[in-house]
Design a protein. Sequence first.
Length: 494
Amino acid sequence: MSNNSGKIEAVHVVGGGLAGSEAAWQLANTGVPVTVHEMRPKRETDAHKTDGLAELVCSNSFRSDDWAGNAVGLLHEEMRRAGSLIMAAADIHKVPAGGALAVDRDAFSTEVTRRLDAHPLVTIAREEIAGLPPADWSNVIIATGPLTSPTLTDAILKLTGEGSLAFFDAIAPIIHYESIELDIAWKQSRYNKSGPGGTGADYLNCPMEKEQYEAFIDALLSGEKTEFKEWEANTPYFDGCMPIEVMAKRGRDTLRFGPMKPVGLSDPRKGGARPYAVVQLRQDNALGTLWNMVGFQTKLKYAEQTRIFRMIPGLSEAQFARLGGLHRNTFLNSPVVLDGLMRLKADPRLRFAGQITGVEGYVESAAMGLVTGRLAAAERLGRKPAVPPATTALGALVNHITGGHLVHEFADESHDGDGASETAASTSSKRRSFQPMNINYGLLPPAEAPKFDASGKRIKGKDKGFAKRRAASERALRDLAMWLAENDLKAAAE
């Protein structure tokens, strides 16, 4: 879109974190002017220490850099091939970290700030956007992260309706389906009820005998827990998102009458007998590759979660796509309020990027900045915006945010709590199933992997899993190359 003088109108990016910085870079490098609005240092946050763009506040690690066998490494490689500023700065200022990509925090932030400040099409405005962006800004990317200012938060709530933003999220672990022992776990809904869109066999059930349950409770009570961050300390628990270890403290049978209740279930291996307790898993994505541990929000440390949850029959070899947590956060109920191009349905001139959309992690946040920057640039250049294919890591994240996550009904469940989130204005028993997610192979459609290696030997065990991941990665990079060629925005600008 051009103004009356023929010049391309600027796109406004609100927020100078990783997502906002990446979005600005993608826009500017396609010939579209961009203004980045960053409220620091005029308004500080509880987490940031400097006024640099793309400041890393928690860790200096971007996690694995293995594109062939790790989903986050694949995301790294896709972003590099799409001309990512964040990945370029990370590669320049990396520090030794084995197979992971870790960076010198200060040097990384300085590099991103320097490059954006030097770009002739980028303007950095040090100011807070109080409330919704001005009506005459026709193309806006909001990338304000989990520490969005209260005024903007309130404005978004008024525009989208109560419940569109979460301020306290309880996250249950998610497990890769292929790692569940299906000779132990069986599919059944309580009392074989089908529910909305169900079949009567919508849950995977992991049974426990009395001795197994007692040992599990002991492990929960003694397991090492994480502490609240300073700015989370005064946030109360809600009944819908009570950590399982807190419930266990209320009495040894509390979980058996809550998320681990066995009523309405019959173990086919025991002649249809009811188990003493049961852990239920529910399908979490449309592909059926990820399953959520119902009611298992927790503050256990990650290593403790892996150790303790593998005590559950049927999960001794469980591979976790995401571990549980409970913390303050701000993110949109994106499948409800965003369209397939990351635009707010209630006001399509506004796009959202980064952690506020419901992704977890530095790289995932920056990746959403990359995608939204390219989408906004396409609109400004008169091209049809197109998201990356769902077979790519970039596209899989967008798909999860905008529609790949299943929405669950809780009508037949007396207690669920698989990830209940409450708004600041309400402490009701509302349930919401959408939760932030890191990139993982479970978000990509399964890929066909070779059954035999180069010598003709059948691929088995761990090698089989690696072959499947590599096949998915190779397919992703092929499909990304086609998408980049079909959406050459630099050529459009010229």
